[in-house]
Design a protein around this ligand. Structure first.
Ligand SMILES: [Zn+2]
Length: 532
């Protein structure tokens, strides 16, 4: 090598060293991948997709983008129209001008204000006019295995059940979440002869302030068409403001503050007939709607195991655009859940290149999560009808890359042996696994993994965790209070790019590990879900 050549090559060598250093430096890799993911978030959560409301043109645009990226990544189409899977929906819109809600006490009618006091959830077989007695059932759970029967001694026939959507502390988190879900509750209430429900959230653990939550009632409520209706026989469902609980108790010897204290302490609540009846008139416009899941498949390399599917899921849809005075009315849903979909796409790109794992991996970017996990339920129903065997689900929803990835919350950690996989993968990356720190918020049943769980599939949902009381915990608290389901969950918020990329790597490794397992995943015998 002569001097001249040597001199010339110096910057090249330096450049090569830098490249090698980047490749070996996991933080640099995480940032690079994070940047790539964020690029996709910018497309998905752009104002042009108008908040990706299920059934909207904006959602369709986002879904088409995901489909194109799945194709480029080399996935096989898994929908009925290429990568797109049609989901048949029914949209129900209340006309509050023509509707009413009132308590009737000793023959005296006391009108309730929509928004201020409550609003309708248009599930089940809503009927135009309902007039029925109310019965308060406390937490409203019937779980003999935990010594709980809130319905004991009560007659529910022809009545509207009034309950808090909560469970006493004596019930383990997952069981409380599952049996406390609206669908499981309705099974029990219906069997006992009830005709409707009036539900209040636990004001001590609620995520979304009442004012924000109750606004949802003015948007079209969506249900699946053609898939078993979990709310059959439910003629009316009211969501009621827990701050106005006292109105319901009038004419009884009970005081709202006493019962709310018991609720706060996680203790059992009394149950009794209320003195008031509920009179409801629901004027509802019903229209058919269609939205799309996006499904791509990476076929497994093992001739036998490839028939077993490991499904990675994330919802595309968000809340759309809302009327109102505010200048910004677009709910961009950058972290809820464009980021989850971006991670799915980037995993597809990475895995599409190399040798496939033994089992097949399905990438399911689903619609209508915000409407009640409808897209994932439709996906599971269609897979079942086609005789497919889903053996595991990993869901990413609002995994919050807003602080460094040092801890990983794993929802469902106590339920199946997928926990071992999560622990092994996290340990390798120097990430500490956490069980759900707030089981009373029911997150295990509040996103798409629950559609799989209900179908008997061992599932996990993951998000980046924080140490309680740390500055990161405060960042998360603020995010939940200010940005969750708000217009400010948009592209201008601060994001930890390294955490975004690190999370992608973690979920990718977890998916590959599960797809390569010798035995298919199974529920622990102690899990309530092993008996579904
Ligand atoms: Zn959401």
């Amino acid at each position: 090598m002569n001097i001249r050549a040597f001199k010339l090559s110096l910057p090249i060598v330096a450049a090569m060293i830098t490249t090698v250093a980047i490749a070996a430096d996991p933080d640099a890799r995480a940032r690079r991948v994070g940047e790539r993911c964020w690029q996709d978030v910018r497309v998905l959560a752009d104002d042009v997709t108008e908040g990706r409301r299920a059934g909207s043109a904006g959602h369709r645009r986002a879904a088409q983008f995901v489909a194109d990226e799945f194709r480029k990544a080399g996935l096989k189409p898994g929908g009925d129209k290429g990568y797109l899977q049609t989901v048949q929906l029914e949209a129900r819109l209340i006309d509050e001008e023509k509707s009413s809600l009132a308590l009737v006490l000793n023959g005296e009618r006391r009108p309730l204000q929509f928004g201020e006091d409550g609003g309708f959830s248009l599930r089940g077989n809503f009927v135009r006019e309902v007039d029925a007695p109310l019965v308060f059932v406390g937490h409203g759970l019937k779980l003999p295995q935990y010594g709980i029967d809130d319905l004991a001694g009560l007659d529910l026939k022809g009545k509207i059940v009034v309950a808090f959507g909560s469970a006493p502390d004596s019930v383990p988190g997952a069981a409380g979440a599952h049996f406390g879900s609206a669908a499981e509750r309705w099974k029990v209430y219906r069997e006992a002869g009830a005709v409707g429900t009036l539900m209040m959230s636990n004001p001590h653990t609620v995520d979304i302030p009442w004012e924000r939550a109750v606004r949802q009632r003015l948007e079209p409520f969506m249900v699946l068409r053609g898939v078993d209706d979990q709310f059959v026989g439910q003629m009316v469902q009211v969501m009621f403001n827990p701050a106005h609980f006292a109105k319901l108790l009038e004419g009884t010897p009970h005081k709202a503050e006493d019962l709310l204290t018991l609720l706060k302490e996680g203790k059992p609540l009394p149950h009794f007939d209320l003195a008031a009846r509920l009179h409801a008139v629901q004027d509802v416009q019903v229209t058919a709607a269609v939205s799309e899941n996006v499904v791509g498949v990476l076929p497994g390399s093992d001739p036998v195991l490839r028939d077993e599917l490991v499904v990675l899921s994330a919802h595309i849809d968000h809340l759309g655009v809302r009327g109102g005075e505010e200048a910004d009315r677009i709910f961009n849903g950058a972290l809820d859940n464009a980021a989850g979909v971006a991670v799915l796409m980037q995993i597809a790109r990475d895995l599409g290149k190399g040798k496939a794992p033994r089992r097949s991996i399905v990438f399911a970017a689903v619609t209508a999560e915000e409407m009640g996990l409808l897209g994932s339920r439709a996906y599971v129903a269609q897979a079942k009808a086609a005789g497919q065997r889903i053996v595991a689900n990993l869901n990413s929803d609002m995994f919050l890359p807003i602080y460094p990835l040092k801890h990983l919350v794993v929802f469902g950690l106590e339920e199946s042996d997928l926990a071992d996989d999560a622990r092994a993968v996290a340990a390798k990356l120097g990430v500490e696994v956490q069980a759900d720190p707030q089981p009373q918020r029911n997150r295990f049943i509040r996103s798409d993994q629950y559609s799989f769980v209900r179908a008997g599939v061992p599932s996990l949902a993951t998000k980046i965790g924080v140490v309680p009381g740390s500055p990161e915990a405060e960042i998360e608290r603020k995010w939940q209070a200010q940005r969750y389901h708000g217009v400010s969950d948009d592209l201008s918020q601060p994001v930890d790019i390294g955490a975004l990329g690190g999370y992608q790597e973690l979920v990718k490794r977890l998916a590959v590990r599960i797809a390569n397992r010798a035995e298919k995943p199974r529920w622990f015998d102690t899990s309530v879900f092993s008996k579904l």
